[in-house]
Design a protein around this ligand. Structure first.
Ligand code: G3H
Ligand code: 13P
Ligand code: ZN
Length: 310
């Protein structure tokens, strides 16, 4: 068992009409919760680190813990840089032993995104590392989410971009967004499946990535609120929409917010129910178990990747 790239995972996912969960990791409990969930469901999984995670835990700690997870669970894992901001961060991750990197040039103008992504692809491929890029802009957490605030991906540009850069997968904007507040309270969640379909037609057999794809479980939100939090109005992507995307060209679904919510709800509940607890293993352990549950539920009910390791 080893650290693997996402190549094979995506091929199987595309053909099998399911997707692979890419879960953000920041510490040991999150890593263990995710891999224990993947192991329990015999599912392929991607562990991904943002620049913030690299800064918080350090690339060496993260890589060493992921190596330990492979040894302990006996499953193959992919280790991915999420939203790589620049060439230096990509290089750091490749040198650390990551098997996949994202270069996020979505905020750049089109030609600059192409040239910077191309440079990353050339470098990463020399080391056998695969590359994800992004085209289109997801509405930010602070935005009032409405159609006009998204810069949806243009399918013709997507095909041209993949052709010119040689990337291995592409994140597109079809109406998802990062964080816990994806749609205003009275806004009916909507994703542009017509764009996804057009991209799929123009790029046959090419793996598409969906960022900002947490569902924002209302039970977790309610628990956070009940135990002293204030997450009123938090709202995510409906599960049916993610299932539909998984059956199409989407092969990778990114989840961070749902892990954060589950862990926070479990920690808050532990403190609320047991005010005398001060052993971190008690509350962090509860957080780890909650993360495992989320991952198992995603694999079974959202991604459809159960038994993909078989
Ligand atoms: O897409 C962003 C992820 O949720 C990572 O968030 O930059 O706070 O680690 P972060
Ligand atoms: P969420 O905030 O919806 O979990 O999205 C995470 C993500 O896209 C990480 O890249
Ligand atoms: Zn993202």
């Amino acid at each position: 068992m080893a650290l693997v790239t996402t190549k094979n995972m995506f091929k199987k996912a595309y053909d099998g009409k399911y997707s692979i969960g890419a879960f953000n990791i920041n510490n040991m409990e999150i890593i263990q919760g995710v891999v224990n969930g993947a192991k329990a469901k015999n599912s392929a999984v991607i562990l991904q680190c943002s620049a913030g995670a690299l800064k918080y835990a350090g690339p060496k700690y993260l890589k060493a813990m992921v190596d330990a997870a492979i040894e302990e669970t006996g499953i193959d894992l992919a280790l991915h840089l999420d939203h790589g901001p620049d060439f230096e961060t990509v290089k750091l991750c490749v040198e650390t032993g990551f098997t996949s990197v994202m270069f996020d040039g979505s905020h750049l103008d089109y030609e600059e995104n192409i040239s910077k992504t191309k440079e990353v692809v050339k470098y990463a491929h020399e080391y056998g590392v695969v590359v994800e890029a992004e085209l289109g802009i997801l509405a930010g957490v602070e935005d009032d989410v409405s159609a006009s605030k998204h810069t949806y991906t243009d399918p013709d540009q997507a095909a041209d971009f993949v052709d010119k850069t040689g990337v291995d997968s592409l994140a597109i904007a079809i109406g998802t967004s990062h964080g816990a507040y994806k749609f205003p309270p009275n806004f009916k969640p909507k994703l542009r499946f017509d764009i996804l379909e057009e991209v799929q037609n123009k790029l046959p057999n090419f793996p598409i990535v969906l960022h900002g794809a947490s569902s924002v479980d209302q039970n977790a939100v309610a628990t956070c609120n009940k135990y002293g939090g204030d997450l009123s109005g938090a709202k995510g992507i409906p599960v049916e929409m993610l299932r539909k995307a998984s059956s199409m060209a989407v092969c990778k679904i990114n989840v961070d917010t749902d892990l954060r919510l589950a862990m926070t709800a479990a920690v808050r509940k532990t403190f609320g129910d047991s005010p005398k607890i001060f052993d971190p293993r008690k509350y962090l352990g509860a957080g780890r178990d909650a993360i495992q549950k989320v991952v198992e539920d995603k694999i079974e009910n959202v991604l459809g990747s159960e038994n993909s390791l078989a």
